[in-house]
Design a protein around this ligand. Structure first.
Ligand SMILES: NC(=O)c1ccc[n+]([C@@H]2O[C@H](COP(=O)([O-])OP(=O)(O)OC[C@H]3O[C@@H](n4cnc5c(N)ncnc54)[C@H](O)[C@@H]3O)[C@@H](O)[C@H]2O)c1
Length: 279
């Protein structure tokens, strides 16, 4: 059975809206939680991913389960982004109301190369896939006028962009750039009422998340230091749907934490109790 398909009750938050979702790879993908919430809220969707990802049966099954066409595109190619935006508007029947960017890959981390043993050519690929792809998407969409007046664009990020976290260094640099792109494009795109924000998500078990060494420890540490506990993928889907809706029409250029309070916490009783076993 497909993850939780029968449990979502919609609130008609996105009725009549057309959305483009990057990054659905499997049932654990944060993008999948966003796609199913947006579908439940009444949006028409196009899903997109790389050729390799789209060949996977899982991606096709997930797309089929929410009646979303799947379009192959490479977020590192200008031509591919242009074709994607043309094809998405054709399939959806008009300009796009919202876009989710959930694209990341860390080439050095994948090869277990530490931050002080970095290959710059891998790093360039990392930045291209994980950060410049967001700029490319926004620049292409703006040139083609592919996003409707008042539209909303969200990219997923992590608090490692603002704090130094062991093992996350390479992606931290990419996320810092991603968040800066969101601010700069948010200011530019305001002339068409288009909002651009990032959602900073708790560590979550996914394929990309598994690239971070010691992800298990991350999850437990963050859980103990988050008063509401780690935010799961479903809550990320809910928040993104709200950001795509008209209820957040004046929210732009923000980095919004979906992290159970982790980003504002110094210490919790849970952490003290658990740390007592260590110190
Ligand atoms: N999992 C976490 O703990 C966590 C926390 C905060 C933020 N994020 C961010 O959430 C986003 C989604 O990641 P996820 O954790 O759901 O993992 P995931 O592996 O399910 O998603 C990453 C996606 O990026 C796609 N991708 C890679 N290269 C691409 C390219 N050239 N063109 C188009 N797509 C490409 C992959 O195919 C995959 O679908 C990422 O930006 C990630 O950094 C993840």
């Amino acid at each position: 059975m497909i993850f939780g398909m029968d449990k979502l009750i919609g609130h008609n938050l996105l009725i009549g809206k057309r959305g483009l979702i990057f990054g659905v790879l499997n049932e654990q993908s944060l993008a999948w939680a966003v796609a199913r919430r947006c579908h439940a809220e009444g949006a028409s969707l196009v899903l997109t991913n790389t050729e390799a990802a789209c060949k996977l049966g899982t991606v096709q099954t997930l797309a089929g389960s929410i009646d979303a066409p799947l379009v192959v595109a490479d977020a590192t190619s200008d031509e591919s982004m242009e074709q994607l935006l043309v094809e998405s508007q054709r399939l959806l029947g008009g300009p796009i109301d919202f876009i989710l960017h959930a694209v990341a890959q860390a080439q050095n981390m994948r090869r277990h190369r530490s931050y002080d043993e970095m290959s710059y050519s891998y790093m360039q690929q990392t930045l291209n896939v994980s950060a410049l792809s967001f700029h490319r998407l926004l620049q292409t969409a703006r040139r083609m006028d592919a996003i409707r007046q008042g539209g909303s664009v969200v990219a997923l990020t992590y608090i490692g962009a603002e704090r130094s976290i062991i093992g996350y260094e390479e992606m931290a640099d990419a996320k810092a750039m991603l968040q800066s792109i969101a601010r700069n494009f948010g200011r530019l795109y305001a002339d068409r009422g288009v909002r651009v924000n990032t959602v900073s998500q708790s560590p979550t078990v996914t394929k990309a998340g598994a690239q971070v060494a010691g992800q298990n420890h991350f999850l437990r540490f963050a859980e103990a230091l988050s008063p509401l506990g780690n935010a799961d993928a479903a809550s990320c889907g809910d928040l993104c749907a709200m950001l795509f809706s008209d209820f957040s029409r004046k929210v732009t250029m923000q980095n919004i934490y979906n992290d159970g309070g982790f980003s504002s916490t110094g210490m919790t009783d849970t952490f003290i109790r658990q740390a007592g076993d260590i110190f």
